[in-house]
Design a protein around this ligand. Structure first.
Ligand code: NAD
Ligand code: WQD
Length: 368
């Protein structure tokens, strides 16, 4: 018995794969579309190894509306979409902005059009804390609440803010149209959740599922993992002259399993409350500096990790810590994993899979 069917775009990616797993574990049917631009189809096997259920997978580019139409046609039971598929490298977004707008904004337009044509009325969107930009420009906005004015400082963030606005306008228009026609029940069906993630971290405790980006990683934890593996000599700490307890910048690192669970709570909220459009922060509410992270990951690895202070990275801000109380209160969601869990799980995944998904999982998983 399934409790609903969800199309997950970008479902073989890092956060998408954990959300697909959480959905299957909660008895949803899951259909993944992903172009495999930054992920591997092996993820589908790993999900099945962990939970005994296999999501449907389609190699589809979200900018291709006809291909999306075919997937919806083949699965008329799909009633929700969780939309992860996007390009996400902040630095690269400033170099090839049109590509970022084509995929992140253009891809969402094809998706919304296809949803509209197939009367699929609920969407949960992967937004980012990056839409807030530098929240320290406002007094009393750290930790950051959802009502903090947004103000992205890079192209990637602009694409996320644009998509937030586009989904808001789309849902509002669908609701207004139905209301005008006197159909309040139809109006209520159209709902969207904008989930603003803080910094995802960690891997599956089994050690067989985690983050495996194509190309060179640029996020702190995957880089620290490479230092621990010896693939990189040391970590460069981008600035030790911030106004924090140790001079390094502060972020809110959230275990990817907690983040994935947040999507289920958001889906349930849309189903039960028909709110129209809502934005929620998904973070822990606890800030950690870069030095805190080097220390915490070093504890998981069992030795000190080498680092060197370098100049600040362009576009970085002092503090991105969530105020997650709205999601805690309205969704009934709260984080369960600690930073230590995230570090331990990341290290287990990294040690077991130095080549990521390009290697077989341990025999014990294949035997069962
Ligand atoms: P990811 O790169 O691992 O996952 C994104 C997936 O989308 C990949 O599997 C990729 O192959 C796929 N994809 C890219 N372009 C596509 C296209 N045109 N058609 C179909 N599939 C396509 O990234 P992630 O970290 O899992 O991020 C998921 C979402 O969350 C993204 O929207 C990202 O912007 C957002 N987000 C990520 C973070 C983070 O730090 N990881 C933080 C906030 C928000
Ligand atoms: C974390 C901290 C760095 C690397 C980015 C995006 C954001 C979201 C998550 C998608 C910062 C410091 C890092 C290194 C370092 N992604 N650092 N040395 O910048 O908080 O957020 O990823 O939505 O939009 O902007 O994450 O992991 O890159 O950096 O000192 O080699 O680690 O300066 O303070 P960030 P990050």
């Amino acid at each position: 018995m399934t409790v609903g069917s969800v199309l997950v775009t970008g479902g073989t990616g890092y956060i998408g794969s954990f959300t697909a797993l959480a959905l299957l574990e909660a008895d949803y049917k899951v259909v993944i579309v992903d172009s495999l631009y930054n992920s591997s189809e092996e993820v589908v096997n790993r999900i099945e190894l962990i939970c005994g259920k296999r999501p449907d997978f389609y190699n589809v580019d979200i900018t291709n509306k006809e291909a999306l139409d075919k997937v919806f046609d083949e699965h008329p039971d799909i009633d929700n979409v969780i939309h992860f598929a996007a390009l996400k490298a902040v630095g690269e977004s400033g170099e090839i902005p049109l590509e970022y707008y084509r995929v992140n904004v253009g891809g969402t337009i094809s998706l919304l059009r296809s949803m509209e044509d197939h009367n699929v009325t609920n969407i949960v969107f992967s937004s980012s804390a990056t839409v807030y930009g530098d929240a320290t420009r406002f007094p009393d906005m750290i930790p950051i609440p959802e009502h903090c004015p947004i103000g992205p400082t890079n192209t990637y963030g602009h694409t996320k803010a644009t998509v937030e606005q586009m989904i808001t306008d789309f849902i509002t228009a669908k609701r207004n149209m139905a209301k005008k026609a006197g159909n309040d029940a139809e109006a209520e069906k159209w709902n969207g959740a904008l989930l603003r993630y803080f910094n995802p971290a960690g891997a599956h405790p089994s050690g067989i599922m985690g983050e495996d980006p194509a190309g060179v990683p640029y996020n702190l934890l995957p880089l620290l993992a490479q230092v621990a593996l010896g693939k990189r000599e040391k970590l460069l700490v981008f600035g030790d002259d911030y106004n924090s307890k140790d001079g390094t910048a502060i972020r809110d690192y959230i275990h990817v399993i907690d983040l994935a669970r947040g999507h289920l709570f958001a889906l349930n909220y849309l189903r039960d409350h028909h709110p129209g459009l809502k934005a929620w922060n998904l973070g822990t509410g606890r800030g950690s500096t870069v030095y805190d992270m080097i220390k915490a990951f070093g504890v998981a690895v069992g030795r000190d990790l080498p680092y060197q202070v370098a100049p600040r990275r362009q576009g970085d801000v002092l503090d991105l810590t969530a105020n997650p109380s709205l999601a805690n209160k309205e969704l009934g969601w709260k984080t369960e994993f600690t930073l230590e869990d995230a570090c331990k799980d990341l290290w287990r995944w990294t040690e077991n899979n130095p080549e990521g998904y390009r290697q077989q999982p341990p025999q014990e998983f294949l035997d069962n």
